[in-house]
Design a protein around this ligand. Structure first.
Ligand code: ATP
Ligand code: MG
Length: 335
């Protein structure tokens, strides 16, 4: 194209323990990571109190300033724990009938009255039997309100809010047509996402993550959480003489859920081509080996693969890349 525009988008991922940001500018299909940042900050979404929102706004503004962010256009993720997603197959319908049909279906899946939720959906595929496969997401309105308040108070303009899984797919999967199980091991929780042909098919949340491991190490060795965290990062699963055995059940639990999904998927006559381990805990030494008895190739996600950035940033960014996948995927959203 002759004319091209240069626009920057700031991706913001507010996790349970970290806020992560990435600013990307896209021009002629080249995506440049302009800046990024990460700060440790607990955010409790249930806290709709003004005080908690004000605290998050302050931390976010500080992070934005320190990272040299130059845009106020934001794409942010909604926490998995607060979003309900479901894939549903609908019979052939006229466009005018679609909304009512989706609301009818949604009532079966969401635990709150439909009037207290915001529903959105996207068509995954038109199937050969005439049915339409749809990804339905439902977010409680009070969650949306707290997020919008944060962005308004931080003087940011949210251009889109989306679920974490879609951002991960954009950052890590791209054109891969295969069947992939993404295992996103965060701090307080782990999210399993089945992706087929680039589409999200199923998500599952497990309330365990890297912080659960740190706590177990601290309890068993009677050391502080700070020391336990360092121990975990240094030795992971590779030094069984140093790291207590009782962290294994946490990971075994995660693996067993992953295997269960694999079983369900195989029962449909299909197979995961890859299991992609992502999230901060993907850095845990020995974690890939721990999953190696699953019948699929174990890989890590590389959110930097689609980006260009100054070469001198590479060593530093590489250390944080796993943690930044969601923020990068958000900032890559077409705008
Ligand atoms: N080098 C490392 N080795 C092992 N664990 C690590 C390493 N770096 C970070 N972690 C762990 O990753 C976790 C943070 O991951 P991440 O940033 O993906 O979480 P989050 O998105 O804030 O949490 P959640 O997804 O639960 O809301 C922490 O438990 C941290 O201890
Ligand atoms: Mg996360």
């Amino acid at each position: 194209m002759f004319f091209s525009s240069k626009k920057s988008i700031l991706g913001i991922d507010i996790g349970t323990t970290n806020i992560k940001i990435a600013q990307i500018t896209s021009k002629d299909n080249v995506h440049t990571l302009e800046t990024y940042g990460l700060v440790n900050a607990a955010f409790d979404i249930d806290e709709t109190k003004e005080e908690s929102i004000a605290k998050t706004v302050l931390i976010l503004k500080n992070l934005i300033e320190k990272s040299g962010v130059s845009t106020n256009k934001v794409v942010a993720s909604l926490p998995n724990s607060a979003v309900f997603t479901s894939v549903i197959d609908l019979p052939p319908l006229k466009d005018s009938e679609l909304k009512a049909a989706i609301e009818f279906e949604a009532k079966k899946y969401v635990p709150l009255p439909i009037t207290e939720m915001t529903l959105s959906w996207s068509v995954i595929e038109k199937m050969s039997d005439g049915k339409t496969r749809i990804l339905l997401t439902a977010v409680p309105n009070n969650v949306l309100r707290s997020y919008l308040k944060i962005f308004q108070q931080a003087k940011l303009e949210p251009v889109a809010l989306e679920i974490e899984a879609l951002a991960l797919i954009r950052a890590l999967i791209g054109d891969d047509k295969g069947s992939i199980l993404i295992v996103d091991v965060g701090a307080k929780s782990t999210h399993l996402n089945i992706v087929e042909n680039g589409n999200l098919l199923l998500t599952r949340n497990i309330p365990m993550g890297g912080d659960t491991i740190t706590q177990k190490i601290a309890e068993s060795l009677k050391i502080s959480l700070v020391r336990a965290e360092q121990f975990k990062k240094d030795f992971g699963l590779t030094q069984s003489n140093l790291i207590p055995e009782n962290i294994k059940p946490i990971l075994a639990n995660i693996k067993s859920e992953a295997k269960q999904l694999q079983g369900i998927y195989q029962a449909r006559g299909k197979k995961f081509d890859k299991i992609m381990i992502v999230g901060g805990t993907a850095n845990l030494p020995g974690l890939n080996e721990f999953f190696s008895d699953m019948d699929a190739k174990i890989v890590n996600g590389d959110p930097l693969s689609k980006l260009t950035f100054p070469a001198d940033l590479k060593p530093v960014i590489s250390q944080y890349a796993e943690n930044l996948s969601v923020a990068i995927g958000l900032a890559l959203r077409a705008h």
